[in-house]
Design a protein around this ligand. Structure first.
Ligand code: NAI
Length: 328
């Protein structure tokens, strides 16, 4: 039997956690034969609810799940972890501005980044899901200078999946036919879901969907605002689809992206496509099964796309300015 993979999950008693943990335990992420240790971090008042989740994990009788650690101490949660999935944060409520979220959540991610740097396994990879995830990832990474920069990710896979579903529905094509869909920029309403470089059945999307007004209008805005639409409909932010995206994200980074395709994920910019260095920016990322990845080079943006990139860059720069005191 291989050694167990230690997976740290913060906010394990929350709604995304509830939809995620059972799927990890069932072997859907790392394979049915890879033993898993779940290391769950919660704030102290939520430990009781977390115990309830652990009881249900036990009642799942998952053969791959060898241990579950419950704690309110980051050092213990990240000890020996190869993956850190940072869900823990306060979710956006109806009417809440991103600025409020920055203030509430920014301060959590410095200490968690430090604990990852000090206690995680040498192969640690961290995906930040808790919003605002790009800037939270920047804070966590800045507080763990010994962890290589290419091990930190901010999740935009849910946006990618949403965009693919919209394109599939509009073109009457199975969603599995939609590929090369990149979300550029921030996981927020300024993101740019790049239909122009995406493909349906291997053909450029604008060749298959010739309705340019829809692509440049309703398509983009429906992807950008999908999170708010789910809150309006459900009264709660998306959780099961978010957990599903976490699983897709880990699997892509672990197994690699299919030949010729890429996935969307926020990574620390080294200036690719004119994005200021250091911002966590969602790019088309080509991942290999050895854990390395590169930003896909050479994609073209027309003027409208370039304008959209400027908007999302400006928003990320504003967020960085607002949390500069947390960047170490
Ligand atoms: P939730 O409120 O149901 O759960 C969050 C959990 O985090 C709570 O149990 C809370 O006690 C815990 N928590 C808070 N501070 C913590 C800390 N310092 N350490 C450990 N745990 C802590 O929220 P939900 O719906 O599960 O969402 C989690 C986060 O994910 C939110 O920030 C939400 O905005 C974000 N999200 C991001 C998505 C993305 O696409 N990037 C999609 C959906 C949600």
């Amino acid at each position: 039997k291989p050694n167990p993979v230690h997976v740290a999950v913060t906010g394990g008693a929350g709604q995304v956690g509830y939809a995620l943990l059972f799927r990890i335990a069932s072997g859907q992420v790392f394979g049915p034969d890879v033993p898993i240790v779940l290391r769950l971090l919660e704030v102290t008042p939520a430990l009781k609810a977390l115990e309830g989740v652990a009881m249900e994990l036990s009642d799942g009788a998952f053969p791959a799940l060898t241990d579950v650690v419950l704690t309110d101490k980051p050092a213990e949660a990240f000890d020996g972890a190869s993956w850190a999935l940072l869900l823990g944060a306060s979710p956006r409520k109806d009417g809440m501005e991103r600025g409020d979220l920055l203030a509430a959540n920014g301060a959590l991610f410095g200490p968690q980044g430090q604990a990852i740097g000090q206690h995680a396994a040498s192969d640690i990879r961290t995906i930040v899901v808790g919003n605002p995830c790009n800037t939270n990832a920047m804070i966590a990474a800045a507080n763990a200078p010994d962890v290589p920069a290419d091990r930190w990710f901010a999740m935009t896979r849910l946006d990618e999946n949403r965009a693919k579903s919209q394109l599939a529905a509009k073109s009457g094509t199975p969603v599995g036919e939609v590929s090369n869909l990149a979300i550029w920029g921030n996981h927020s309403a300024t993101q740019y879901p790049d239909f122009a470089n995406a493909r349906i059945g291997g053909r450029p999307v604008p060749e298959v969907i010739t309705d340019d007004a829809w692509l440049n209008g309703e398509f983009i805005s429906s992807v950008q605002k999908r999170g708010a639409a789910i809150i309006a409909a459900r009264g709660l932010s998306s959780a099961a689809s978010a957990a599903n995206a976490v699983i897709d994200n880990v699997r892509s980074l672990n197994a690699g992206t299919p030949a010729g395709d890429w996935t969307s994920v926020g990574v620390q910019s080294r200036g690719e496509y004119g994005v200021p260095e250091g911002l966590f920016f969602s790019y088309p990322v080509v991942a290999k099964s050895d854990g390395t990845w590169t930003v896909q080079e050479g994609l073209q943006h027309d003027e409208r796309a370039a304008d959209r990139l400027r908007v999302t860059i400006a928003e990320l720069e504003e967020e960085r300015a607002a949390v500069r005191h947390l960047l170490g």
